[in-house]
Design a protein around this ligand. Structure first.
Ligand SMILES: Cc1cc2nc3c(=O)[nH]c(=O)nc-3n(C[C@H](O)[C@H](O)[C@H](O)COP(=O)(O)O)c2cc1C
Length: 410
């Protein structure tokens, strides 16, 4: 056995082949690279002197991807990107930028990230400056937005060539630490979830009318499976239930227009063309989409009933394709799961050529949320309503600079 500094020592279970422990070789005692080695274990961050046994092998690591990213600003190909020894600052920043491309209610971006270099761990924290006190007093939507950012981070990390272990709410004493994501070892050849990567930056909420065209059954199945992978149920709404979901959203939308709290949340995060606040958050007029002239697509009116000069009107779908995402319980961990499922579904939908928008108005009113559920699906809690269809892609919305949302620690 020979190793170089920076290689990974992997100890596997002789029966299952599963990794029992892994660590980075940080010290070599012989010039020819033979054992023993000083190993920094990924689980404890402690360095010990190791004489590897027969259950251990070396995973050689090169730093090609880091160099490539720094030189070109782009990720390497599938072959060269695997096995980065550690992440350079540029790579960490690019990964967090991918995470922040996620959707969040009113584009409030209620997240912060920390990256602990030595342990190769990301922490995702709630940023309460992005909380919506009237529309989201329980922080359910905040958790969903952060869950979506976590999904993007998982996708980006896999695309970068790393296997990662995600733990939701890892510290019971710190509920605003929403998740940790540890880079465990270079990824073998799994395509999931890295294959979703091309959609991370092209997915945008589309508030345009969609075609009435059917969504083919295999595409519907792929979306159901995408949610299922995150332990969330996705169902397409049809028949009388579709009309009922549309009616509940329209009722909620009407309430929002006259509710001072909902209006205050909206005003804080919508920006007119003449707004002088920095354009790093909120929904700009360019993303409002047209006013609904006819049709049953229950669109949130980000203009809050105001007339926006030059905003066109359009005919929306008579029978919109709506999906419900539901969980069997209603705890913060279920909301985080929902966020990951929502983003997985949206990325998959984007790759399938579908556009999507959110229809969450009824979820913001306790008395309207419960009747949203499909009576056939048991006692599930509806966490999200999405509208899907073939139509124009959405408009890009602003994000805070990565510097503002990321701390890199030793
Ligand atoms: C929990 C949640 C609720 C949302 N509710 C709505 C909604 O009711 N109507 C809508 O048009 N967009 C809704 N959105 C979408 C956000 O407005 C959108 O993600 C944000 O403006 C950023 O734009 P992007 O998705 O194009 O990146 C919601 C997003 C999340 C995560």
């Amino acid at each position: 056995m020979r190793a170089h500094i920076g290689d990974q020592l992997i100890v596997e279970s002789p029966t299952t082949g599963a990794t029992k422990r892994d660590g980075e070789i940080v010290g070599i005692h012989h010039d020819d690279g033979t054992p023993p080695y000083d190993v920094r274990w990924s689980d404890t961050d402690q360095v010990t002197l190791v004489f590897p046994g027969p259950d251990a092998h070396i995973h050689p690591i090169g730093d090609e991807p880091t160099r490539q990213r720094e030189e070109t600003g782009h990720r390497g190909s599938a072959t060269t990107r695997r096995g980065a020894r550690s992440l350079s600052e540029a790579v960490v920043m690019a990964l967090v930028e991918d995470a922040t491309a996620a959707p969040s209610m009113h584009n409030a971006q209620p997240w912060r990230f920390q990256y602990f270099r030595r342990r190769r761990v990301f922490h995702l924290r709630a940023d309460l400056r992005g909380a919506l006190p009237h529309s989201d007093p329980e922080l359910r939507a905040l958790h969903i937005g952060c869950g979506a950012a976590l999904m993007n981070l998982r996708v980006a990390v896999a695309h970068e060539g790393w296997e990662a272990q995600t733990r939701p709410l890892p510290d019971p004493g710190d509920p605003m630490l929403l998740a940790s994501l540890t880079l465990t070892r270079p990824l073998r050849d799994e395509a999931d979830p890295g294959a979703l990567y091309p959609a991370v930056r092209t997915r945008h909420t589309s508030r345009y009318p969609f075609d009435e065209r059917e969504i083919p059954a295999p595409v519907q199945t792929a979306l159901v499976e995408a949610a299922h992978r995150e332990q969330v149920a996705l169902s397409f709404v049809s028949g009388w239930h579709l009309q009922s979901v549309v009616d509940l959203a329209l009722e909620a939308e009407a309430r929002n227009l006259t509710d001072p709290g909902a209006a205050a949340d909206l005003a804080r995060f919508t920006r007119g063309a003449d707004d002088t606040r920095p354009a790093t958050e909120g929904v700009p007029e360019s993303a409002f989409g047209p006013r609904r002239r006819v049709g049953n697509a229950p669109m949130r009116d980000f203009a809050g009933g105001r007339t926006v000069p030059g905003r066109p009107a359009a005919d929306f779908e008579t029978l919109p394709h709506l999906v419900l995402l539901s969980t069997s319980r209603d705890r913060p961990v279920d909301w985080l799961r929902t966020g990951q499922a929502v983003e997985r579904v949206l990325l998959q939908a984007t790759l399938e050529g579908l556009s999507a928008s959110f229809v969450t108005q009824a979820l913001e009113w306790q008395d309207l949320r419960w009747p949203l559920r499909d009576p056939m699906s048991g006692m599930a809690y509806v966490q999200m309503v999405l509208r899907l269809g073939y139509g124009p892609p959405g408009t890009r919305t602003p994000r805070r600079p990565v510097d503002d949302v990321l701390d890199i620690e030793p």
